[in-house]
Design a protein around this ligand. Structure first.
Ligand code: NAG
Ligand code: NAG
Ligand code: NAG
Ligand code: NAG
Ligand code: NAG
Length: 509
């Protein structure tokens, strides 16, 4: 209710009644831990930048908060950190301008305080609203950590829980900060986040830090911060890049697996959520747009393959709405796939073996992932975006070991004894999510385990009876199939097109 004091007491009562009504309707608060969140940028009117039907240009932010499509709205953008008077510059496309709304005295900082009630409406609908810094063509960056810390103080006072005579969005307290840094240098962002988090820790509400790196790992501008600062959400831009959604079926392309390993193994927040960043229409980005059914396929595949998956990010609200409410379609698909719970696919591919040569398109299990070779590979699969292997799914359980290790040379790479040929065998047991047998676990009748690459079912209560052993307690249901993994139809690997990286955003000034 923090906007109410700027208006009449009567409005405050109306506002309280409104909030009460919304609470009765059960607008659920944003929950970062879920698997079905949709983040959609608002502010830059991407639709208006690429169309001429003025009536369909970007609407007020509350327009996009009337249904359950969107969970998080980063407001785009603070596009210059140090403008006139040393204050940041805010640009909200067609929504606020200097002629009508004006700058705060001595700055080029727009006074868009009329948006406060509009934004509060979104928050009362259970949506988190953050301020996004950067964007394509922005003037951003720090000379030092101390400059970044001071800037964090400024952002806290202008947009978050601090106070200032100049509040660009009025008294509304936003829910966090998004970093869409596409230029400048890496300096200072980790210090910026650390400083903000000192404020967050003493606050009486939840604040979120998100980042929007390019899909190429590591990110040129946010790489340092991603590795050393606390992020709650990472909206990976799978567009305008060779690793984009257009190359989903290519082991040299779509690299969510690399980001999943980053989330679980590198990030200082082991529960950080990774979002599939997507253009919301053909005109929202240079490459990467997929029709709704294909984005659903990609999103659900990723949701079922990577525990760090948090949902889908889209650029931007104006485009999504005009594209048959693309965001709502995807949200519905994510909800249907389940907002909680993750079952690890089985490590159904044969374990990688040192000294073996694998032709392109081979699949192996290694280090908790299934990997596909981009081309002829003999190196160990590692988290290397430019390496021989791409992680194509997280997995659990012991992988079957190779019965006949491949030692083929380049000329025999297509023989049937290759690792590929034996990997996706015609097993009948669905081992997805089934744990490996353990000699110290008691199993009741009907329990399933994996053992030696097969699926087994206990006939009655048992402990320390090895599947296939003389006690005969376990029924063999056949070799584990790779059905869960094979659900993603991989095209024969072709090198990803080497497209020059273009600006990720159409930036409307
Ligand atoms: C500024 O915003 C007002 C109100 O939305 C609009 O009528 C006007 O055309 C805008 N001016 C410019 C220069 O964009
Ligand atoms: C804006 O700042 C200038 C210089 O500090 C001052 O002279 C002027 O009165 C200020 N205007 C307003 C409207 O506060
Ligand atoms: C900002 O704009 C509002 C009108 O939307 C006005 O009431 C307020 O005085 C302005 N604030 C400053 C500091 O100029
Ligand atoms: C995760 O980190 C551990 C410890 O550094 C390492 O052994 C393991 O290989 C890593 N996993 C992957 C998939 O890179
Ligand atoms: C959606 O995209 C997929 C993949 O590009 C394509 O196979 C499919 O035909 C498209 N569907 C429609 C309805 O356009």
């Amino acid at each position: 209710m923090s906007a109410a004091h700027t208006t009449s007491r009567r409005f405050a009562y109306v506002c309280i009644a409104l909030v009460a009504a919304l609470n009765l309707l059960g607008a659920a608060a944003f929950d970062v831990s879920l698997y079905d969140n949709v983040a959609v940028y608002w502010g830059q009117d991407s639709y208006g930048a690429t169309h001429s039907d003025v009536a369909d240009y970007q609407q007020p932010i509350s327009f996009y908060c009337q249904d359950d499509a969107i969970d998080v709205i980063p407001i785009a953008f603070v596009n210059s950190f140090f403008g006139t008077g040393g204050y940041p510059v805010l640009n909200l496309g067609n929504t606020c301008n200097s002629t009508t709304n004006g700058y705060f005295n001595g700055t080029e900082l727009l006074n868009c305080s009329f948006l406060a009630t509009d934004i509060e409406y979104c928050q009362n609908q259970g949506k988190a609203v953050t301020i996004s810094l950067g964007g394509g063509g922005a003037s951003v960056g720090f000379q030092s950590d101390s400059e970044a810390q001071t800037f964090a103080d400024t952002i806290w006072n202008l947009f978050l829980g601090g106070t200032s005579d100049m509040r660009p969005l009025g008294s509304v307290v936003l829910d966090g900060v998004d970093l869409d840094i596409e230029g400048g240098s890496e300096t200072g962002y980790a210090a910026f986040i650390a400083q903000l988090r000192t404020y967050f820790e003493g606050a009486d509400k939840s604040y979120y830090i998100s980042g929007a790196p390019q899909c190429e790992y590591p990110d040129e501008y946010l790489g340092d911060a991603l590795d050393s600062a606390w992020f709650d959400m990472v909206y990976v831009q799978f567009y305008n890049n060779p690793c984009g959604l257009q190359n989903f079926d290519d082991a040299s392309g779509y690299d969510f697996g690399i980001w999943d390993i980053w989330a679980r193994n590198v990030s200082i927040n082991p529960n950080v959520k990774i979002f599939v960043g997507a253009p919301a229409s053909t005109t929202a980005a240079g490459t990467g747009y997929q029709n709704a059914s294909q984005l659903e396929t990609i999103a659900i595949y990723s949701r079922n393959s990577y525990p760090s998956f948090g949902g889908v990010m889209m650029w931007d609200a104006s485009q999504a709405y005009q594209n048959d409410q693309y965001d709502l379609t995807i949200k519905d698909a994510l909800v249907a796939a389940g907002s909680t719970g993750f079952t690890y696919p089985a490590c159904s591919a044969e374990e990688w073996t040192s000294g073996s040569d694998y032709p392109g398109g081979s699949k192996v299990s290694w280090n908790g992932y299934i990997w596909e070779s981009k081309y002829y590979a003999s190196d160990e699969p590692t988290m290397n975006y430019n390496g021989d292997w791409m992680p194509i799914s997280a997995c659990a359980g012991t992988a079957p070991t190779s019965s006949s290790p491949t030692t083929s040379t380049a000329s025999s790479g297509t023989t049937s004894t290759s690792a590929t040929a034996t990997t996706t065998s015609t097993g009948t047991g669905n081992c997805a999510g089934v744990a490996e047998w353990s000699d110290s676990t008691a199993y009741t009748g009907g329990s399933e385990v994996q053992y030696n690459g097969d699926l087994w079912t206990a006939q009655y209560w048992t402990e320390d009876d090895v599947p296939g052993g003389s006690a005969g307690v376990w029924t063999n249901d056949g070799a584990c199939s790779s059905s869960d993994v094979a659900a993603r139809a991989f095209a024969p690997p072709t090198p990803a097109p080497v497209a020059p990286r273009s600006k990720s955003r159409f930036f409307r000034l």
